[in-house]
Design a protein around this ligand. Structure first.
Ligand code: FES
Ligand SMILES: [Fe+2]
Length: 323
């Protein structure tokens, strides 16, 4: 029997380039002070580091001089400067400008790192990607700030590589029919309202009493189509997961999930609730990937009654995707 393997993305999704937006590229702890951390996203080689003020930065990994990879050989960050391993040109970690060349005093005026807008956000390092080079035009949103009356405890962090057509990944959350059919969940919560926000889209669900946990409130907050914060609140429990997906190249993306539970005051209770939620969510993600990793993006899907607001999501996603 032939084993199922995904065919090249160009034949499953011909979207040119990657969507504009804020993307998680690292956990804060992955980028300690004085480290030059190599990253591979958007089909590019990048480096992440902190400048002398501790602010996170992401730059193109290739030196503008002759193209050495900054993180190769003895490439390093030293006294607030990135030192290229090849001819030891130095670049300010803060401004990106070349500050010194060991064998000449004449620094070419355009000698600088190619940097990307970068921010620390919700325990992660995020970078802004825009295929047309535009500046960030929205801020990501973390629902822990909205539901700040509770104490949110970090419970788990997971990363997983996927091969789904990137643009269809979060569409899955609007595909309400698959929740019963694929995940075999019962007492499916119904979408109550879909609202455009300044940074993206908010989806509220009607309360459901038939779930594993009786849910009082459930909401997804999208920031573009690269980050979503999801809250589930009930009597005596609360769960937030922040999920982001960052293209590695045209074929693959990295899913990054940070899960928080609201402190019940008891460690045993926290572990019981956290463990159950996390397991459930991770199982569902695994199930989704069993199908999504092999699917094709259909431009004209055959939608029927009961399918959920999939086309509404597509309209929204189109605002961030290159045409
Ligand atoms: S390639 Fe970087 S200093 Fe020459
Ligand atoms: Fe799913």
């Amino acid at each position: 029997m032939t084993e199922l393997s995904p065919i090249p993305m160009a034949t499953r999704d011909d979207t040119p380039g990657f969507a504009r937006g804020w993307y998680v590229v690292a956990e804060i702890a992955d980028v300690p002070p004085d480290a030059l951390v190599p990253l591979a996203f958007f089909g590019e080689q990048l480096i992440a580091y902190r400048d002398e003020d501790g602010a996170f930065r992401v730059a193109d990994a290739y030196c503008p001089h002759l193209g050495a990879h900054f993180a190769s050989f003895d490439g390093r960050i030293e006294k607030g400067e990135i030192v290229c391993p090849f001819h030891k040109w130095r670049f300010s970690a803060k401004s990106g400008k070349c500050t010194a060349i060991p064998y000449t005093k004449v620094i070419p005026p355009q000698a600088a790192l190619t940097t990307y807008p970068t921010r620390e956000f919700a325990g992660t390092v995020m970078m802004w990607w825009d295929p047309s080079g535009g500046a960030p035009d929205y801020d990501p949103s973390d629902l822990r700030d909205t539901f700040a009356d509770r104490t949110w405890i970090p419970y788990a962090e997971k990363r997983k590589e996927g091969r789904a057509p990137f643009r269809d990944l979060f569409e899955n959350l609007f595909d309400t029919a698959h929740i019963e059919q694929l995940h075999k969940s019962v007492g499916l919560p119904q979408i109550d309202a879909v609202t455009r926000t300044a940074w993206g889209m908010q989806v509220d669900y009607a309360p459901s009493a038939e779930q594993m946990f009786p849910i009082g409130h459930m909401q997804f907050n999208f920031s573009g189509i690269s980050f979503v914060s999801h809250v589930v609140l009930g009597e005596g429990f609360g769960f937030i997961q922040n999920v982001s997906a960052t293209p590695i190249d045209k074929e693959r993306f990295q899913l990054h999930v940070r899960m928080y539970i609201s402190d019940t005051g008891s460690k045993e209770m926290n572990d019981m609730i956290g463990g159950a939620f996390v397991q459930r969510v991770l199982d569902e993600i695994d199930q989704d990937f069993e199908v999504l990793n092999f699917k094709k993006h259909l431009k004209r899907p055959l939608i029927c009654a009961g399918d959920g607001p999939i086309m509404r999501y597509r309209e929204y996603a189109g605002e961030f995707l290159p045409a």
